[in-house]
Design a protein around this ligand. Structure first.
Ligand code: UP5
Ligand code: MG
Length: 190
């Protein structure tokens, strides 16, 4: 049983907008546990899970893995952690994801960060990454961008209306961007 109610930050932004890079710095500076939904899914592929093939096919197409699969992985990670502060990177990606999280985990995020980045900059970063990700090719990137604007931007708008959204200008050096992020957490630290 957790002694403290969790403090949850959702970290949203398009492919290559810098979510993962900034999460590492936030985790180090503010003591969050960094939980990347994409990393949890990629780990699931490697672990011979019954869902492995389905997840791989979905990621190759830039589509969204069914909510219950992702939320189950997130729940397991939260429950097995001693920490109570979590950065959930790259989730929720759709209104359906968001609603599933609220139902299954039973809490709403305290803070939502949105890394706002022009498409051409995101494409450039992803193509330069060179880490062998199956979805880092121009065809899949185009699909990821479409899915992002049609399914993920509604989630961004939802949290904007709820007054929880902090939009970060994601163009600039990693340190310049982190200064904007630092300002958010300096005010609303748990
Ligand atoms: N970089 C970072 N910051 C920079 C800066 N300021 N200036 C210049 N370069 C910068 O950064 C991307 C690259 O840019 C890196 O090389 C970095 O060094 C450089 P990164 O921090 O990795 O960006 P990030 O936003 O994390 O990009 P990522 O590609 O991881 O975002 P996606 O949202 O596309 O990927 P994710 O892993 O979250 O999801 C992958 C797929 O999994 C999805 O498409 C989907 O199919 C599936 N998925 C689900 O189905 N459900 C989920 O809940 C989550 C994922
Ligand atoms: Mg990432």
């Amino acid at each position: 049983l957790k002694e403290k109610t969790p403090f949850i930050t959702f970290v949203l932004g398009g492919p290559g907008s810098g979510k993962g890079t900034q999460c590492i710095k936030i985790a180090q500076t503010f003591g969050f546990t960094h939980l990347s939904a994409g990393d949890l899914l990629r780990r699931e592929i490697l672990s011979n899970s019954e869902y492995g093939t389905m997840i791989l096919d979905t990621i190759k197409e830039g589509r969204i893995v069914p909510s219950e699969v992702t939320v189950k992985l997130i729940k397991k990670t939260i429950e097995s952690s001693d920490n109570y502060k979590f950065l959930i990177d790259g989730f929720p990606r759709s209104e359906e994801n968001r609603i599933a999280f609220e139902h299954i985990i039973g809490v709403e995020p305290n803070v939502v960060l949105f890394f706002d980045c022009p498409e051409e900059e995101m494409v450039k970063r992803v193509l330069n990454r060179n880490e062998g990700r199956v979805d880092d090719n121009i065809d899949t990137i185009k699909k990821r961008l479409k899915v992002f604007s049609s399914l993920n931007l509604p989630v961004v708008n939802y949290y904007s209306k709820r007054g929880k959204l902090h939009t970060i200008n994601a163009v600039g050096t990693v340190d310049e961007i982190f200064e904007q992020v630092r300002a958010v957490f300096s005010v609303c630290e748990a």
